[in-house]
Write a new protein. Structure first.
Length: 237
């Protein structure tokens, strides 16, 4: 069943990865106009940014109604985040669990900073909604992906800009298998295959190795999550 569509504008935090691509389709089904924003913060897997515009083009080719609603794309450069970060996402260091119990891929303050810049852009563009792919069900343990963190950011942004701003996280309570099922529900088999074939989520930025679940190194946490999710999704079909 087609969801009720809002007449308002949404801004999607769109990295080019699997989760944010599904979120973009989710937003295109729900809002009259959708714009996208990507962030270059010196991430090791910079290849994710290279696929963003190609994904948008192919999504528009899939559905004329998506093409009619998909608006401007924005790119924000945040070099300072990489300069002050000593993490496996911003340095060529080992991906492992740190002494504090968090993976070395955790970039402190990243999502908080992304929301601040996305909120400022949304204010300028007249968008009242942010859509992001944070997930607390099937993820790497990042504290800034938790629902409580997102709700706190929504409150802070709305207060700080004196304008209501809603943050939507459609993947918050579902796992990677359910994310693939949602992709199929929204856009059918063609969109599901686009998500598998064209998105990029590997932390190491590996784009030469192809598995059933997509491209990636196969061993980093992001690849392992996608591989397990794909296997479960296929088993449930």
């Amino acid at each position: 069943m087609t969801p009720a569509r809002s007449s308002e504008t949404a801004l999607v935090l769109f990295s080019g990865g699997q989760d944010s691509t599904v979120c973009l389709a989710w937003a295109l089904d729900r809002f009259a106009r959708v714009e996208t924003v990507g962030f270059d913060y010196g991430q090791r897997h910079i290849v994710e940014l290279a696929v963003r515009l190609r994904l948008c083009e192919r999504m528009m080719a899939l559905r004329p109604d998506w093409k009619a609603r998909l608006g401007e794309d924005h790119m924000v450069k945040l070099d300072a985040l990489a300069a002050m970060s000593e993490t496996a996402l911003t340095r060529d260091t080992a991906i492992a669990m740190a002494e504090n119990g968090l993976p070395t891929t955790f970039v402190p303050g990243r999502n908080l900073l992304l929301f601040c810049f996305a909120g400022a852009l949304a204010y300028r563009r007249g968008a009242k909604h942010l859509v992001a792919g944070m997930c607390e069900t099937d993820y790497s343990g990042y504290p800034d992906c938790r629902d409580a963190t997102v709700k706190a950011m929504q409150t802070a942004l709305s207060l700080g800009m004196d304008r209501p701003l809603t943050i939507h996280t459609p993947l918050m309570w579902i796992d990677k298998a359910q994310t693939l099922a949602l992709a199929h529900e929204i856009g059918g088999e063609e969109f599901l295959q686009l998500v598998i074939e064209e998105t990029h989520s590997c932390y190491r930025g590996e784009c030469a190795l192809r598995d059933d679940w997509g491209y990636g190194c196969g061993s980093c946490p992001a690849c392992q999550l996608r591989a397990r999710g794909f296997a479960l999704f296929m088993a449930q079909r």
